[in-house]
Design a protein around this ligand. Structure first.
Ligand code: FDA
Length: 299
């Protein structure tokens, strides 16, 4: 990992830096570039404006008590209700971080809470995808996924191409009805579990594309990388995949013209806890740091 990225990733986990940045006079523009806003209404408004399918993420990570987890669940229930009321539920699903609903406290609490969100999603006719966090949570997240899929077979999960294990996970999750969102991976991981050379990560991504395309599931390719997007299109032809049997996904605020060209699903984060998410987006690109710093001085 390059030194700047490592520094920002460390800052993302550092409480002192977190409160410093959170209290800094950050212009709304820099946050709004990557985050839809802080409220349910903001999330619904952005969903309507985008005119593309979306997956909405209520920002909140590393929940340390049950009350906080409960607040996150309630936010998702309110969101699903609001999407339904606005007639948007068919094109808007939700993405859930298990750490936000209690995974670090107790896996069964996360399962119970995620089940409540899945039940509400099912009622309004949409789906849920589990985000994937650092590698210490992968096994737990996949166990919860298996449990959830017994009742709601459409629950999906993210797999991260940078982990050595992911090709095997792709193979075992490529069956009929499965929904896998394949991304490169955004956490600072050790070389013992992850590829650290970006080229190795890309090669792993392509191997995973092959495994998912060869299966019968519904792959969701979450990347902005033009080379990978081209390869995915080519592999779709090779595996004779109909265009509606897989999809592209991108993050809110990144490569918007390409999102429209591909009809991609847009991952739209919202909520007051935008800090960790923003830091990961900044860490991905030095140009974003310049944009961020400029916004601090040019308000
Ligand atoms: P890469 O980082 O190589 O970027 C390719 C190109 O895309 C860049 O050259 C640039 O043009 C553009 N780009 C990428 N990031 C940018 C940025 N921040 N700002 C501006 N331009 C940028 N990760 C994870 O660990 N767990 C998860 O659950 C998820 N979930 C998820 C959902 C969705 C829908 C997406 C698209 C991504 C994720 N991720 C994630 C994040 C993912 O792991 C990865 O960090 C980013 O997608 C960046 O990787 P790319 O594949 O885009 O390639």
């Amino acid at each position: 990992m390059n030194p700047l990225r490592a520094l920002i990733m460390a800052a993302a986990r550092n409480e002192a830096v977190r409160s410093l940045v959170a209290s800094a006079p950050i212009s709304r523009d820099v946050v709004r570039r990557f985050v839809a806003g802080e409220t349910t209404q903001d999330a619904v408004a952005v969903t309507r404006e985008l005119g593309l399918p979306v997956t909405l993420d209520y920002l909140g990570e590393d929940t340390t008590d049950e009350a906080q987890a409960e607040q996150v669940v309630r936010a998702y229930l309110e969101l699903l209700e609001a999407l339904h009321a606005a007639g948007l539920a068919s094109k808007a699903e939700v993405s859930v971080k298990l750490s936000a609903v209690g995974q670090a406290l107790d896996e069964s609490l996360a399962l119970t809470n995620a089940s409540r969100i899945c039940a509400a999603a099912g009622q309004v006719g949409t789906t849920v995808t589990l985000d994937m966090e650092d590698h210490t949570t992968t096994d737990s997240t996949l166990r919860v996924l298996t449990e959830l899929r017994e009742q709601w077979p459409w629950v999906g999960a993210v797999l991260q191409a940078y982990l050595h294990r992911t090709l095997d996970d792709c193979k075992s999750l490529s069956g009929n009805g499965s929904r896998v969102r394949l991304c490169k991976g955004a956490y600072a991981e050790p070389a013992s579990v992850a590829y650290t050379d970006p080229h190795e990560v890309d090669l792993s991504y392509v191997r995973c594309v092959n495994a998912l395309m060869a299966g019968d599931g519904y792959p969701m390719f979450a990347t902005h990388d033009p080379r990978l997007i081209e390869i995915i299109g080519e592999r779709a032809r090779w595996y004779d995949r109909a265009r509606d049997s897989y999809e592209y996904q991108m993050l809110y605020g990144i490569r918007q013209a390409e999102q429209r060209r591909l009809g991609a699903r847009v991952y739209v984060p919202y909520g007051e806890q935008w800090y960790g998410y923003l830091m990961r987006r900044l860490a991905e690109r030095p140009a974003n740091v310049t944009f961020f710093l400029r916004s601090l001085v040019s308000r």
